[in-house]
Design a protein around this ligand. Sequence first.
Ligand SMILES: *Cc1c(COP(=O)(O)O)cnc(C)c1O
Length: 354
Amino acid sequence: MNETLDITITKADQSRLTVTDFSQLPFGKVFSDHMFIAEYEDGAWTNLQVLPYGPIPMSPAISALHYGQAIFEGMKAYRQADGNISVFRADKNFERFNKSAQRMAMPAIPEDIFRQGIAALIDIDKNWVPNQDGYSLYIRPVMFATDPYLGVRASDKYTFALLTTPTGPYYSKALKVKIETEFTRADEGGVGYAKTAGNYARSLHPFAEALKEGFDQLIWTDAVSHEFIEEAGTANLIFVIDGKLVTPSIRSTVLDGVTRDTIIQLAKKAGIEVEERRVSVKEVIEGIENGKLTDAFAAGTAATVTPIGEISYEGKLHTLTDPATRTISAGIAKTLNDIRYGLAPDEFGWNWIV
Ligand SMILES: *Cc1c(COP(=O)(O)O)cnc(C)c1O
C-alpha cells in the first residue's frame, strides 16, 4: 500500500509561470505546467506519468463522449504560514471519487495512485501554489471512459488525470437565487450523489434561463413534490433558523459536500446546534418573513461560504438579513480558512502536508 510507485516524469521545456499573471486568475482557466495521467487497461492501472499539461490524443469514438462515463473531484492545496503546502481533506475527496466511480460502473482508483499522483504533481509544480491570502491551487481529478466503441456498455479502458489550476479569492457578494420548481437536478435512484458529468450537463439549460432572469444561482428542489430544498448544484446549502444550523440531509439526490461536512463539525465544536434533515421551501420562506431565518449560505470547495442575499420563489423575491450582520457563518468561515492556511490548530487532522 505504501510502496513508492513508478511514476515517469517528463518536465516541461519551459515553465509558463513567468508569463502568468497571478492577479488575474479567472477560475479554472490557467493550468499549471504539468499534469498527472494514469491509464486503465486489462484490469489494471498502468503508465503512471507526470508530463507537461496539454492535449492528449483520443478517438472521437471514446465512450465518455457518447454515453457520459466521466467523473471528477475538486479540492484545494494551500500555501501555509510556514511555507508548507497542505491539501485539505483529500481523504474525503478520494472516497467520494470512488463512490462516483462505482455508481458509473468505472474502476476504483487505488489510494496510492491518487495520493502519490497528487504529491508528485505538486512537487514538480510547487511554485504554482500561490502564497497570497485567499489564494490556493485547485486540484481537479477526473476519470473518463476511453474505449473507441459505439456499443452501450461499461468501457474496458479509462484515463485518470490530475489537473491543477491556481485560483484567487471569490467575491463573496451575496447571491440572488431562484428556487427552481420546474426542472430537476436529481431523482431517487439516480446519480445525484455522484460527481458525474451528466448532473452538470442537465443543469446548464435551467441555469442559463435563471441567469437571463437576473439570478446568480439556482436552488434545486426534490423531483417529486418540489417542496423540499436539496442543494445549489455546485455547492450545498446551509441556513441558520432559530439560532440553529439547518441543512438538507444527505440523500441519493444530494451531493455529500466536504465543505458542508467541515462546517457541521466546526459548528458543533463551537457549541452551535446542527440539524440535518429535510428542509421545506415553506419553512425557509416563512423564516425569512418572520425573522427566524437569520443566515443562509452556499458551501463548496470553490467559494467556501457564499452568502445568499435574496431568494425568489414562485415569482416573489424575498430579501434576507444584511450579510454584514451574519456572525455565525462569518465566524465558521474564518475558522475554516485559518485551519486551511495553518493559522489555527488542525485539531481534526484535515491538513495533508505534501
Ligand atoms: C462539488 C459539489 C458540491 C460541493 O462539494 P464540496 O466537496 O464541498 O466541494 C455540492 N454539490 C454538488 C452537486 C457538487 O458537485
